[in-house]
Write a protein that binds this ligand. Structure first.
Ligand code: CA
Length: 226
């Protein structure tokens, strides 16, 4: 899954980018508030990690504009500002969570998962339908009760498809959800990924809709509504 990292401190940014990378995240890193805003406008991020003290445009302003523009991307504010006013102000402006530096990386990961789950409208760590579920904590897929592990990219792809079961996502939409900037994406990368996933999910779980894209099979998707 893709995360937008907004951090002007080179050392903090680099170590966060590397640590998130080892956890399978595709990280787009920007170092000022204006770039953060344009990245948010273009990108399809599962989550944003936002520093407040930023050059060019303050993080609070980035947050305020994103929410005024009806951008609902989950935003976790990471900041050294420990004043109560800043904290309340950030939450009032629509931050989903708040973490004060220094923090434990594992706690950051847990909070990222929590805000993404909340955005998915689920208090639980499992999304999907009874026949096809995705465990957001373990990154396992559960097909008819059978669990198997997904790679980071497989997880990002299935997560995108299960957000709105039955909805068709185009190749470009899926690529935007899976790959970060500067990552080499071959023209058939999504096909290869889905081909591999069918071994874990069954041949019909992800259907190709010719010329439009892919969606989770209606049988799996519809089970939730029935
Ligand atoms: Ca800063």
């Amino acid at each position: 899954m893709r995360v937008l990292l907004v951090e002007d401190d080179e050392m903090i940014g680099a170590s966060l980018r590397d640590a998130l990378g080892t956890q399978g995240w595709s990280v787009d890193w920007v170092r000022d508030g204006l770039l953060a805003q344009s990245a948010l406008a273009d990108g399809d991020y599962a989550c944003v990690l936002l520093d407040l003290g930023l050059p060019k445009r303050d993080g609070v302003e980035v947050l305020r504009r994103a929410r005024e523009g009806k951008d609902a991307t989950p935003i976790v504010v990471l900041t050294a500002r420990d004043g109560l006013e800043d904290r309340i102000g950030g939450l009032d402006l629509g931050a989903d969570d708040y973490l004060l530096k220094p923090y434990e990386f594992r706690e950051l990961l847990a909070r990222m998962r929590a805000v993404i789950r909340r955005r998915d409208g689920s208090a639980h760590s499992v999304i999907g339908a009874p026949g096809l579920q995705l465990d957001l904590t373990t990154r396992e897929v559960v097909v008819e009760g059978e669990r198997s592990q997904l790679s980071a990219r497989e997880f990002a792809l299935l997560h995108a498809l299960l957000e709105r079961p039955g909805a068709i996502l185009s190749r470009e939409q899926l690529e935007n959800r899976i790959y970060g900037w500067g990552e080499e994406v071959s023209s058939n990368a999504v096909d290869v990924l889905i081909h591999g996933m069918r071994r874990k999910l069954g041949p019909d779980a992800i259907r190709n809709v010719r010329g439009l894209g892919w969606r989770v099979a209606p049988s799996a998707a519809g089970a939730r509504a029935e």
